[in-house]
Design a protein around this ligand. Structure first.
Ligand code: GAP
Length: 492
């Protein structure tokens, strides 16, 4: 799968645009268009429903983006949230020191009178045998020695730009949960184990953003901090280890449930040299992106690191009283942390298909109906017939009370179907002459519309009065095969 195909579809059909495009764009910030915002909203909505609403052991939170600067000192982000960076002394471009050898490099070859070549990453020049020593981008400048670069965006709270007012845009939503641990405990009285979930923006001044929305400087996270009693045992193991494995399985199953191909997912166990400063163990769920296997989400065992750090720095007790053992404990934390944008990119890539239908190419996004930006398209077959237009308009209003529906009469029916396939709309409803009849000829219509399913392209004739109930079934727990068996087929 080629990323350019998805980038182009995203722009053409209103999923994702380059931020501030009319000014030449910003480095790696993206805007979600009319369809992108619906898709993103649906991903967050089903995640929240499955992980918060349906679970008895979960509550939600929406903390602020700008927090007290001591939060980031306590969490370790001020001291440790860095990447090694090198600069080109000539063109001033910046690179991550650990990634510079993974880039193709520009070379002016002395063996060919200084001819310019672009050489694949980490390969030598086949004319002179030289390896890269200079800037891979301009091929001329020396690179500075690596230095640590903090990825947090700095800002000032209040009108005065002085050190005392310095703070940061949050680089993860997690800390908002830790600093509210006691507030949630006192207000909701949950029993361990329990989780606090949050969805929200995070900001990182990435040195090398890229691969479309995979790595950007402003993105959204869906995070859970799941607190467990470290003294408990489950199935003969420490409770934190048991829950860690359970969350890894559940998170992977969630992506598959909403359409990702299992073969496009795998797990990566962090080695000791990769573990974040707070983690006892971390497992990433990786997706087979066009640029190779890359992290979709991480599930970390953060132990009691964060609560202890915040207790120490703030002087406030952040413990849980274990009634059974009559003791205060600092819970351990299992943290499933997913990027909304990365999940959206993976769902789009996995759903994209090019098929041949009757000798013509059909592009279809086989998105899970719960994720699809639009659920139903209402399409009048002839826009010159007022009865058809009126019936289709009424149907659109009725259906729009429950679902995101679009009305389109701007092309012939074949084109309209293709347009909806390309954006993943699971169902189309067509109002035609047979529906409304012909009053001039004294012909009554059958008051049925054609309902078409995206993947099979099968069509059935459904009485108008039954259409909302049919969609409640189809967009709920029902299946196309069960519903379509009850109605006569329409000709494709
Ligand atoms: N609280 C833990 C945490 O933030 P992380 O692995 O740094 O862990 C979690 O980030 C997830 O957030 C990643 O797996 C990824 O999906 C998403 N993410 C991180 N940095 C990102 C970026 N620059 N652009 C888009 N998504 C990002």
């Amino acid at each position: 799968m080629n990323m350019d195909v998805i980038v182009s579809l995203s722009k053409r059909r209103g999923f994702i645009f380059q931020s501030s495009e009319i000014y030449g764009g910003t480095g790696s910030c993206w805007d979600y268009g009319p369809l992108g915002v619906e898709l993103k909203h649906n991903i967050k909505r089903v995640w929240w429903r499955d992980n918060v609403q349906l679970r008895p052991d979960m509550v939600g939170l929406d903390a602020s983006i700008v927090m007290h600067p001591l939060v980031w000192k306590a969490s370790g982000h001020v001291d440790h949230f860095t990447d090694p960076m090198v600069d080109c002394r000539e063109c001033r471009r910046r690179f991550r020191a650990d990634q510079v050898d993974e880039l193709p490099w520009l070379h002016f070859c002395p063996a060919t009178k200084g001819n310019k070549f672009t050489i694949p990453a980490s390969e030598p020049c086949k004319h002179c045998g030289a390896r890269r020593t200079l800037c891979p981008e301009c091929g001329k400048g020396e690179l500075t020695p690596p230095r640590q670069f903090n990825l947090m965006f700095k800002t000032f709270m209040g009108p005065v730009e002085e050190d005392a007012a310095l703070t940061y845009l949050r680089p993860e939503t997690a800390q908002g949960i830790f600093v509210n641990f006691d507030n949630v405990l006192q207000s909701m009285r949950p029993k361990l184990p329990f989780g606090i979930a949050q969805i929200g923006k995070a900001f990182r001044n990435e040195i090398t953003p890229g691969n479309f929305i995979f790595r950007s400087r402003e993105f959204e996270q869906m995070e859970i901090e799941f607190f467990v009693n470290p003294h408990d045992q489950l199935e003969g193991r420490p409770a934190d280890e048991y829950w860690h494995d359970r969350w890894i399985d559940d998170c992977e199953a969630w992506f598959v449930r909403y359409g990702m191909t299992p073969g496009n997912l795998k797990r990566h166990e962090h080695g000791a040299d990769e573990l974040a400063h707070y983690a006892k163990r971390t497992v990433d769920i990786m997706y087979r992106f066009p640029m190779g296997w890359s992290e979709l989400m991480g599930i970390a065992n953060r132990t009691d690191f964060d609560l202890k750090q915040h207790a120490k720095t703030s002087g406030k007790s952040l413990t849980y009283f274990d009634e059974e053992r009559k003791e205060h404990v600092v819970p351990y934390v299992i943290e499933p942390s997913a990027g909304v944008d990365r999940a959206l990119l993976a769902f789009l890539l996995d759903a994209y298909r090019e098929e041949e239908v009757r000798g013509e190419k059909r592009v279809v996004l086989r998105l899970h109906p719960e994720l699809a930006p639009l659920k139903i398209a209402v399409l009048p077959l002839l826009k010159k017939r007022p009865e058809i237009v009126a019936t289709a308009g009424e149907l659109r209003s009725t259906l729009a009370r429950e679902w995101r529906v679009v009305y389109d009469d701007t092309a012939g029916i074949g084109r309209l179907y293709r347009r909806q396939d390309e954006i993943g709309t699971p169902y189309c409803v067509t109002v035609d002459v047979q529906t409304v009849g012909d009053p001039d000829k004294g012909e009554a219509g059958d008051q049925r519309v054609t309902v078409r399913e995206r993947d099979s392209m099968e069509q059935i004739r459904v009485p108008i009065a039954e259409v909302p109930a049919v969609f409640r079934e189809l967009l709920g727990e029902g299946s196309w095969s069960r519903v379509s068996a009850r109605y006569p087929r329409a000709k494709a």
